[in-house]
Design a protein around this ligand. Structure first.
Ligand code: HEC
Ligand code: HEC
Ligand code: HEC
Ligand code: HEC
Ligand code: HEC
Length: 238
């Protein structure tokens, strides 16, 4: 028991440092990664594969970091106690928020969060980020989700899906420039300033301040584009 706790702690440290591969001693992973499931229960197996290749899998998280349960036992029943509760639709923001406080705290100020609490229908973190397969934002999927409520029949801001599509595509392009700039720019002071702009943009998005986001995303994309061009020059001169 104690050893497992220590291992879990080591796992958390690993997560913080972000270097070592998934922790050993996590019985959830040990069992779920068994290739026999590929035949016995393919859906379950693909859940594992999605997780393994996700940003969280790579960072060394364990299943129980989101699902709870008992990661120290090889007994399936004992391990599985309440594993679906933390991922219930209206509980997701709090579960993710344990590690992503900033996004959580802005998201809970939105109208959507109120709706989510009242009747469990509004978009939550998983709507946009995916759950196990978390990687990048799938724009079309997100857009379709918005259109579920924001459409002509409901009359509730039917222009939202197209506006979201516009912004998300720009953000996806910007993320490419951003990682290039952060890696190669000689002027890291400017890169830091751009990062602050990016963080503000993402925070505004998480509270669904769409009008401001539309304005900001255009300006910031331009700035990143210029910074990327400069960084390419810097690289060539090295
Ligand atoms: C000894 C093997 C084993 C261990 C240990 C294990 N699981 Fe599972 N898990 C399974 C199998 C097999 C399934 C398929 C569903 C079933 O048969 O109940 C499953 C299903 C699940 C599901 C879907 C549940 C549902 O009702 O749809 C979740 C979530 C899950 N496991 C998470 C975990 C977590 C978190 C842990 C560790 C705390 C864990 N598992 C430990 C074998 C295991
Ligand atoms: C970053 C958080 C996170 C981690 C880590 C994580 N999961 Fe999940 N998982 C979720 C969320 C959220 C859902 C609910 C998905 C939804 O609502 O679409 C989910 C759903 C599932 C399901 C489908 C349950 C059902 O019946 O709907 C299974 C199976 C599962 N997870 C197993 C695992 C296993 C096994 C691991 C470790 C290998 C793991 N998860 C790691 C967040 C996570
Ligand atoms: C136990 C802590 C933990 C939990 C719980 C958790 N995450 Fe993460 N998350 C991390 C770590 C660690 C990283 C990788 C390092 C980083 O980029 O911050 C990460 C990365 C991410 C990223 C990519 C960030 C980037 O910089 O591109 C997103 C998006 C994300 N998580 C969303 C979620 C969502 C949504 C949930 C809930 C379903 C969740 N996380 C639950 C720890 C956690
Ligand atoms: C309506 C869609 C949407 C919802 C809902 C949403 N996000 Fe995001 N999130 C985004 C977009 C767009 C970005 C910026 C692009 C990216 O990082 O992929 C982002 C970025 C992030 C990042 C990375 C931040 C960074 O600075 O790189 C984390 C972590 C994150 N979100 C966590 C969460 C959590 C936790 C929740 C729920 C409380 C949540 N998100 C809800 C769309 C969403
Ligand atoms: C389950 C229904 C539902 C879904 C799905 C949904 N919304 Fe909403 N949204 C609402 C409701 C209800 C309101 C509140 C309208 C009002 O105040 O009259 C709202 C309000 C908004 C607002 C205005 C926010 C404000 O503070 O005034 C924006 C922007 C918005 N949604 C964007 C989105 C985006 C982007 C998506 C897709 C990621 C989305 N919505 C998905 C139901 C939904």
């Amino acid at each position: 028991m104690k050893i497992i706790r220590l291992l879990t702690l080591a796992g958390l440290l690993t997560v913080l440092i972000g270097t070592l591969p998934a922790l050993a001693g996590d019985e959830c992973i040990a069992c779920h990664k068994d290739p026999k499931f590929k035949v016995q229960n393919p859906k379950l197996f693909y859940y594992y594969e999605d997780f393994e290749n996700s940003v969280h899998g790579v960072a060394g998280l364990g299943c129980s970091d989101c699902h709870g349960g008992d990661a120290s036992t090889t007994d399936m029943k004992a391990a599985h106690v309440d594993v679906l509760k933390p991922v219930a639709f209206d509980r997701v923001p709090d579960t993710c928020g344990e590690c992503h406080e900033q996004q959580h705290d802005t998201f809970v100020t939105s109208k959507h969060y109120k709706i989510l609490e009242d009747d469990g229908t509004a978009p939550n973190c998983v709507t946009c980020h995916g759950a196990m397969e978390m990687d990048f934002i799938f724009v079309t999927r997100v857009k379709n989700t918005c259109a579920f409520c924001h459409n002509r029949e409901t009359g509730n801001m039917p222009e939202v899906p197209d506006r979201a599509d516009y912004v998300l595509n720009k953000i996806n392009i910007m993320k490419g420039y951003r990682s290039f700039v952060n890696t190669y720019a000689e002027d890291q002071v400017e890169a830091k300033a751009l990062e602050t702009g990016y963080a503000d943009l993402v925070a505004r998005w998480h509270r669904f301040d769409l009008s401001q986001v539309e304005t900001d995303v255009k300006a910031l994309l331009g700035d990143y584009r210029k910074a990327k061009a400069q960084a390419m020059k810097d690289r060539r001169h090295k």
